[in-house]
Unconditional design. Structure first.
Length: 321
């Protein structure tokens, strides 16, 4: 029965650039070193989420989609996506800089990989002093200039550094060159896709002495070489209100600072709802059933649910499609 807030087992990813904050700060269960990503809600083949609580515990997200269809997704989402979950939800800890990369759009991804594109957004949960992102080019360049700069290992000279602090939010359209810098923990909301073209990796090698694969030729067709890409998102922070952060064709994200009791109605929302807790903790109740959401946790509310009660002191990202 889809009558309670659903949690999933985090899928933890060991990364060359990862750290220990997902374990020590967000309380993810792992003894591994260098955990870079916690996939909170995933329908990516080979990494499908498993329910962690309640009567559906042990059930895969794929099985839920096939069984409950529009009841879980919403009528329009089921028409558009069938039994494919349209979003991939993550927490990321970058102890070191991530590789400089770009994601292809829907058309390229479909033609090359039979996949969705990868439009995404970031919410900064923690940032060390001096932490920054790479977002876009600082000058408009041509594809020929780009390739030459790569060959000369001068690509960093034309990339745009953006200093960040806790609470900052960014929208990264496909085609935007980007990288998460060292010392950042963030929440990531994206289309369901694991397609990434790696452009530059700071000449790093793994413990076997091997450099990671670069995707120079694939990336040329995917990149937006303009220096006029708007990525920063400013938003209000009204308590117990839905403060819009990002609204695009793939998802909508609101920021909700909760103090005390907050009743949310979804009578006109034809979508599942995802809550990501980016600070504090709270109880979330639907249909008379309650689940606690703690800092660094994610909960899925089925589309059939129209009333949600949140009780506590926390800051949530609310995501719908």
């Amino acid at each position: 029965m889809l009558n309670y807030p659903i949690k999933f087992q985090p899928i933890l990813k060991d990364k060359i650039w990862g750290g220990d904050k997902l374990v020590t700060k967000l309380n993810k269960p792992s003894t591994l070193n260098n955990i870079g990503e916690s996939w909170e809600l995933s329908d990516v083949e080979g990494d499908v989420s498993i329910v962690a609580n309640g009567s559906l515990k042990g059930t895969s997200l794929k099985n839920l989609l096939e069984t409950y269809q529009a009841e879980l997704l919403g009528k329009n989402n089921f028409l558009n996506f069938g039994t494919k979950f349209p979003l991939l939800i993550k927490f990321i800890d970058a102890k070191q800089d991530l590789s400089v990369q770009v994601h292809p759009n829907d058309e390229l991804s479909k033609a090359r990989h039979n996949s969705f594109g990868k439009t995404e957004m970031w919410y900064i949960m923690q940032a060390d002093e001096g932490a920054r992102l790479i977002l876009g080019f600082n000058n408009t360049i041509t594809s020929e200039e780009y390739v030459k700069l790569l060959e000369e290992k001068k690509i960093m000279s034309v990339l745009n550094d953006v200093p960040v602090k806790k609470g900052d939010a960014f929208f990264i359209e496909t085609g935007t060159v980007h990288a998460i810098g060292a010392g950042i923990v963030l929440a990531e909301i994206q289309q369901t896709s694991d397609i990434t073209y790696r452009i530059y990796d700071f000449d790093r090698v793994d413990d076997q002495g091997n450099e990671r694969e670069l995707h120079t030729e694939l990336a040329v067709d995917a990149l937006n070489f303009s220096n006029n890409i708007d990525t920063k998102r400013n938003y209000t922070s009204k308590k117990n209100n839905l403060n819009e952060v990002v609204k695009c064709e793939y998802f909508k994200t609101n920021y909700i600072p909760v103090e005390g009791d907050l009743e949310l109605e979804y009578t006109t929302t034809d979508s599942f709802v995802i809550f990501m807790c980016v600070e504090g903790n709270a109880n979330i109740s639907i249909c008379g059933n309650t689940e606690t959401i703690n800092f660094g946790e994610t909960i899925l509310i089925p589309a059939s649910v129209k009333n949600v009660l949140v009780e506590g002191e926390c800051k949530l990202l609310e995501v719908t499609v």
